[in-house]
Design a protein around this ligand. Structure first.
Ligand code: SAM
Length: 183
């Protein structure tokens, strides 16, 4: 499998909204609320980051994690232009998240999970950093990296999560996972 991250040189394509993977659908499952602390993995150029950060308000915080510094810098420039001050960038590999256990109210990743060499390890890490009862939303689109719904359900089970709801067709879906199951 080609495990290279999406090239920054092709970033313009990331600004085009993908059919079915709309912000409205993401928001409906993620439910970003003022004051929440939310984690986004693989923000790319910030297509989803900017509206989610706005929904969190000044008391909330959006942590964005990407393996490419260029992507993080790009999002931060856009945030500054829009006057958004609640986004915190961290360069890291999603398979080893530099956050304590039980940190986030919710997390999401859109067309990123299939690009990460081990989606299973990534879900385990997300389960760890989410607070009990935290929400995790995965968006996947039909391309060579796509994690299909059946595979996502298997990874989720291994990570102690459960696919609770799916919206959209199989080639462009959002899934909400519940967890963590820890007490
Ligand atoms: C196809 S882009 C998706 C961007 C954005 N979510 C969107 O929908 O437009 C995938 C993103 O995941 C990031 N990424 C790839 N592998 C990663 C890893 N192991 N850890 C963290 N981020 C990673 C890439 O650098 C890129 O920003």
């Amino acid at each position: 499998m080609d495990a290279a991250p999406y090239p920054y040189a092709q970033r313009r394509l990331l600004d085009l909204p993908l059919p079915f993977l709309t912000q409205r659908r993401l928001d409906g499952l993620l439910r970003p609320a003022p004051g929440d602390r939310i984690l986004e993995i693989g923000p790319g150029t910030g297509l989803q980051s900017l509206p989610v950060a706005r929904a969190l308000g000044p008391a909330g915080r959006l942590d964005i994690v990407d393996i490419q510094q260029d992507m993080l810098d790009h999002v931060m420039r856009r945030a500054t232009d829009l006057g958004l001050t609640n986004i915190v960038p961290t360069r890291a590999d999603a398979q080893r998240l530099p956050f304590p256990t039980d940190t986030f109210d919710a997390a999401y990743l859109v067309t990123a999970l299939g690009e990460i060499p081990s989606p299973g390890l990534t879900l385990l890490e997300l389960e760890r950093v989410l607070k009990p009862g935290g929400r995790l939303v995965v968006g996947e689109f039909f391309d060579r990296h796509q994690v299909r719904r059946a595979a996502l359900a298997r990874y989720a089970t291994l990570a102690g999560l459960r696919v609770e709801r799916v919206v959209g067709p199989p080639f462009a879906y959002f899934a909400r996972l519940t967890g963590p199951s820890r007490t």
